[in-house]
Design a protein. Structure first.
Length: 749
């Protein structure tokens, strides 16, 4: 939200009070408390009728500094910071009356007096700072000429806001803030942290995360689950501004210095992703959304995949597995699925897992509506009536996940489906959450808007872990906010079916990766409309070079033979390629679980010192060693950048020197996939399923690299036992040692 009219003035209807000086600095052993009057205090009388802002600095984790700013004390719930433990910092004062809080290599220094100055520095260099007129308390009159905010959160009357501005250095670029479909670099953008069901072609997003990081070696997380408005070098071009409604603002500065280290600490605070089952990495096939289907149709698709040698791991039933106007009643539509238990058993006999679609809404026609309403399990309006509307499902209400009884009730419906043979759930929706409601636990509706989806997905994930066990639970979720990465997988939402839609989908995934999310998928072929065969084939290659891969559409099927015979060939090629790469991909997933480093990695994350990589949003690394550049053009032309070093084309074996841009042209059975210099790529012995014994028939492909040792880990998905291999290069010779005595081999690639 923009409060100012250029450098000198405020917007009409806006009044502002800024922290003018550090008047009183109180140093404790691990905290600093600061009184910051909104004018410089020159005489005793200046302390009267003068609002002040209070700041408290502390450290909840090494290399993290928390700053809490208050006008009036209070404030609502923040995020669940599972890794926070206060008291990590050490405070020292200086002879000027200032104080420094140091946590690990990160320090925050309050300079006494005027002008106001709070600076952050690490390893002897400045990171960012809060200077003159950077902390503001704003009051907006009715009709103030500021941005009204996101749709669904209109500012209808007078309001108060707290804003913090942090400096941006020359050449500093900003990443993150959740799933965003515009440019990867956020400089110059206004970003509203407010979950919305807006597709992938607008400024709205399903997954909004109030966390960004920069190429200066630090990140900033705003611990506010409601609406956070960002001006990223857009209102004050030398600063990032973030603002919230209310009387308090809390943020955490997180030092890296590398992007991976920043994410490691951020996910230590907000939670690491769960370890995912190997079967989930295989190809998922969906009924699509509004298409006609019954068991016969489903079986024809599955048998058609098998007949064409197209390995399939998961079959997904979208919304109409339930009867129309009943979503959700968690009951199979008996007109088309009269024997769900038998059908699920037959699908399992074919070696498949089964996913079904759900959402957190209960339609009025559902037999569960009255039950939930009577027991107080649905959100209510302030007058006590059940909140309802007709958008999506007629007369639907929303489950109140702050009510423990409602959570258990919702979970009990899922347990029935799991007992029938369902393996996992697609947790759709959760974005359009109203403000004119009352929650059972008294939560503020504005703060619950983004957080609602967290409680929804958590309720489902808990049941899966309860019934399937840890390491076997997996969701296919659309909406999220900070901490949502704990319950993967997330997919990119409703896209178009064009090359442009492919590109915006990738931008969303890269931005999400910079926001702490490690596993990601998208609708292969696009969701809305029907792609032409060329788009479908290019998207198949892109989709199968993602951590998770699903064929899904809206009004048309996504079976490959619906497009052309070459689409079948392309699907077979890239599905089998992915399955052979499972020892590598599964290990990348374990790394994500242990460190928070995502499987899909933006170039700027993996090569933070390379200025050519800073703005790249058309290519990525899949795991640590595979560079992938999807094809976004009808004629197969691709412009890609290879960082310094020798790269090897995985499909052809061609060696290419990096540090330069390349233009290539690819047929549908090819795409740029390059292996990094010095990589040792573990390749499995099977290409028919993702969950197999990775050591049986394992080949270590040793790529050119400097002399030295490289350690590679391959983990058996059945036992979880890792096997480690040490590859030694010396004078052009390669040797490999391991405690595993058989079942594997190596070769120079």
């Amino acid at each position: 939200m923009k409060f100012t009219d250029g450098l000198w003035q405020l917007r009409p209807g806006v009044t502002a009070l800024y922290a003018a000086e550090a008047y009183d600095v109180q140093a404790g052993p691990d905290t600093i408390t600061v009184t910051a009057p909104t004018a410089v205090i020159r005489r005793r009388g200046d302390t009267l009728n003068r609002p002040v802002l209070s700041l408290r600095l502390s450290s909840p984790l090494e290399n993290v500094v928390r700053v809490r700013v208050e006008h009036h004390a209070g404030g609502g719930r923040g995020f669940d910071l599972v890794g926070a433990e206060d008291g990590q910092g050490i405070v020292k004062t200086d002879e000027t009356g200032g104080a420094t809080l140091t946590s690990g290599a990160l320090s925050a220094t309050i300079a006494p007096g005027a002008p106001w100055n709070l600076s952050f520095h690490a390893d002897g260099r400045p990171l960012t700072s809060s200077g003159h007129k950077s902390i503001g308390y704003f009051r907006l009159a009715a009709g103030a000429q500021t941005d009204p905010g996101p749709v669904g959160n209109p500012r209808t009357g007078p309001s108060a806001h707290l804003a913090q501005q942090l400096s941006l250095g020359v050449g500093e670029v900003v990443y993150g803030l959740g799933e965003r479909f515009g440019p990867l670099v956020k400089n110059g953008q206004t970003v509203e942290i407010w979950n919305a069901d807006g597709g992938t072609s607008s400024e709205q997003a399903y997954k909004n995360v109030p966390f960004y990081l920069t190429n200066r070696g630090y990140g900033v997380f705003v611990d506010h689950p409601g609406h956070v408005s960002y001006e990223v070098g857009s209102e004050a071009v030398q600063r990032v501004q973030f603002s919230v409604t209310g009387e308090s603002l809390e943020y955490l500065v997180i030092y890296g210095p590398s992007p991976k280290q920043i994410l490691e600490r951020y996910t230590a605070l907000t939670g690491r992703p769960a370890r995912l089952p190997a079967w989930s990495y295989g190809l998922w096939l969906s009924t699509s959304f509004t298409t006609d289907y019954d068991e016969r149709t489903v079986t024809s698709f599955i048998d058609g995949m098998a007949e064409r040698d197209l390995p399939l791991s998961v079959f997904h039933f979208d919304c109409f597995w339930m009867r129309e106007f009943h979503w959700c009643d968690f009951q199979w539509d008996p007109r088309v699925f009269p024997d769900p238990e038998g059908m699920l058993a037959r699908l399992h006999d074919k070696g498949l897992r089964v996913c079904v679609w759900i959402n957190p809404y209960i339609a009025q026609r559902s037999p569960l509506f009255d039950e939930a309403a009577e027991r107080g399990f649905l959100l209510r309006r302030p007058d006590g009536s059940v909140w309802q509307w007709d958008l999506w499902q007629a007369g639907m209400g929303l489950v109140d996940f702050t009510h423990p009884g409602a959570v258990e009730w919702f979970q009990s419906k899922l347990r029935v489906l799991l007992d029938q043979g369902v393996d996992t759930f697609k947790t759709d929706f959760g974005e359009r959450i109203p403000l004119d409601v009352v929650y059972a636990d008294g939560s503020a509706p504005e703060r619950m808007h983004n957080l609602y989806t967290q409680l929804y997905n958590q309720a489902v994930f808990e049941v899966l872990e309860e019934r399937r066990g840890r390491g076997e639970a997996v969701l296919f979720a659309r909406s999220a906010t900070a901490g949502g990465q704990r319950m993967p997988v997330h997919w990119g939402g409703d896209t178009g079916s064009t090359y442009e839609s492919m590109a915006e989908t990738l931008r969303g995934g890269l931005s999400l990766a910079f926001s702490g999310f490690s596993f990601w998928s998208h609708d292969i072929g696009g969701f809305e409309g029907t792609p032409d065969p060329g788009v479908f084939k290019r998207w198949v290659a892109f989709g199968l070079m993602s951590s998770h891969s699903r064929l899904h559409g809206s009004s048309s099927y996504r079976v490959p033979w619906a497009f052309d015979e070459e689409a079948v060939e392309v699907t077979r090629l890239f599905t089998k390629l992915k399955l052979r790469l499972m020892p590598y991909l599964y290990q990348a997933g374990i790394e994500a679980h242990e460190t928070g480093t995502p499987v899909l990695r933006p170039m700027a994350m993996e090569f933070p010192g390379d200025r050519n990589a800073a703005h790249l949003d058309t290519q990525y690394l899949l795991g640590p060693d595979l560079l992938v550049a999807p094809v976004f053009t009808p004629d197969g032309t691709v412009e890609l950048y290879l960082p310094a070093g020798t790269w090897t084309n995985y499909l052809t074996g061609e060696r290419v020197e990096g540090g330069r841009w390349r233009t290539e042209r690819h047929g549908f059975t090819s795409m740029p996939i390059y292996v990094r210099e010095g990589a040792v790529l573990p390749v499995g012995g099977r290409d028919d399923r993702p969950d197999y014994d990775y050591l049986d028939g394992l080949t270590l492909l040793v790529y050119p690299g400097p002399d030295g040792e490289t350690t590679v880990t391959v983990t058996d998905p059945a036992t979880g036992v890792p096997a480690r291999f040490t590859v030694t290069r010396s004078g052009g010779e390669v040797s490999v040692s391991s405690s595993v005595v058989s079942g594997w081999t190596y070769e120079s690639a």
